[in-house]
Design a protein around this ligand. Structure first.
Ligand code: GDD
Length: 376
């Protein structure tokens, strides 16, 4: 039976002719035998023919393995994150691993990452240099400092929790990025994924980053600029999401408040009629009872449902009730005053004046109660 691909390992390359065959072999050996896997090499037209070497390597082992190697040949050097994104778009597996091709990310950590993903049922596993058991070997002080500063900016500026959001070695379930749009600027693909999948369950496993023995890092001044650009964009993204959430929350509360208000009209009418008919009450008294009943039912529904305030302790509830009744009375006065002004002074017809006055009174009532009664 043909097994479908479960895991796709994405390996971006630029001038990695000395590393590519070795890393492909190690990856292949590290993947548990019961998993159907593919490796996707994303090469940016490396002058040292990395792509061709990777393809030739695959042809030489093809007959002896189930592990597929796909080589994506891009026309120009478009950057690391963009290469990773391209790899993800071509991936057949529902679990994605992203790693460097220069042995700085040890493939033998992959089984531990797979196990963590399965056992903890998390969405993202980060191979981390900055948790207990993790470390960096071979980097000069300047590079370590840069990495620490970049990590600090991401954690404080973007509110990112994991210890190593700058890691280039990570694994995630492909479905968590479904429908998301990525800018894929510079080197920090993981950071963008973390910001845009907030709420995803994350685990970190320690590893030792070992600086490359062959070839050279492609990180330069432009990478630092790209990082700043990317952090700024992600910061704006986070803010716009937060603002959108706040306005959705505001609108949903307002909708609940007005629904409760409408139900109050029904309660008012029913209670007034009941008191006047069954208790044989003077109609003015019956109307007053109707008003008291509707204020009370509106209060209970708004406390419990609209503002989801589940604290029904006596002192708090009585104070809130007093404020709510006070603001309701102010609302009634606003409505009366407005109707009088619009009809008498403005010459606007009564039905239109009434609609406007009810809308203004209900809205100001909502704002006052939100701010003062239920202190949102
Ligand atoms: N396709 C493609 N296009 N691949 C690229 C490009 C590019 O423009 N730039 C770099 N790569 C590939 C390299 O060939 C290598 O496999 C991997 O991306 C990492 O590139 P390096 O330039 O060696 O990165 P580094 O070692 O200096 O930076 C490391 O540290 C960062 C954490 O601080 C990497 O591990 C990063 O992934 C990591 O984020």
């Amino acid at each position: 039976m043909l097994q479908s691909t479960e895991i796709s390992i994405i390996v971006p390359t630029y001038n990695e002719s000395k590393n590519i065959c070795g890393i492909l072999e190690h990856i292949q050996k590290s993947i548990p035998k019961n998993l159907k896997a593919e490796t996707i090499v994303v090469d940016d037209n490396s002058p040292d023919k990395t792509a061709k070497i990777a393809e030739d390597y695959f042809y030489s082992i093809k007959e002896k393995t189930d592990h597929t190697i796909n080589v994506i040949k891009r026309k120009a050097k478009n950057g690391l994150s963009s290469a990773i994104l391209n790899g993800i778009q071509h991936a057949a597996g529902n679990t994605i691993v992203v790693m460097d091709s220069d042995f700085s990310h040890p493939p033998h950590i992959i089984p531990k990452m797979i196990e963590t993903l399965r056992q903890t049922r998390c969405d993202i596993v980060i191979a981390s240099r900055y948790i207990k058991g993790g470390s960096i070997q071979g980097w000069p002080f300047k590079r370590k400092l840069m990495s620490k500063i970049a990590t600090g900016i991401a954690k404080r500026g973007l509110g990112i929790q994991p210890h190593d959001p700058m890691s280039g070695f990570f694994m995630f379930k492909k479905n968590i990025i479904k429908g998301l749009k990525f800018d894929a600027i510079g080197y920090k693909m993981l950071l963008e994924i973390l910001v845009k999948t907030k709420g995803a369950k994350i685990q970190e496993v320690p590893y030792t980053f070992t600086d490359r023995q062959e070839g050279a890092s492609k990180l330069g001044a432009s990478t630092v600029l790209d990082y700043c650009k990317s952090v700024w964009k992600l910061y704006k993204y986070g803010r716009s999401i937060k603002e959108r959430r706040i306005s959705v929350r505001f609108l949903s509360k307002a909708a609940r408040f007005f629904t409760v208000g409408a139900s109050g009209l029904g309660v008012n009418y029913l209670a007034s009629m009941l008191f006047s008919l069954s208790a044989d009450m003077w109609y003015i008294h019956a109307t007053m009872m109707g008003i008291a009943f509707s204020i009370t039912s509106n209060f209970v529904l708004n406390k419990y449902w609209t503002f989801e305030d589940k604290d029904f302790s006596a002192k708090r509830t009585i104070t809130q009730y007093g404020k709510f009744a006070g603001f309701s009375s102010i609302g009634a006065l606003v409505q009366l005053g407005m109707v009088y002004y619009l009809v008498d002074e403005g010459g606007i017809s009564y039905p239109i004046s009434l609609v406007l006055a009810v809308a203004v009174a209900a809205f100001s009532n909502f704002i006052l109660n939100k701010k003062w009664t239920f202190k949102e």
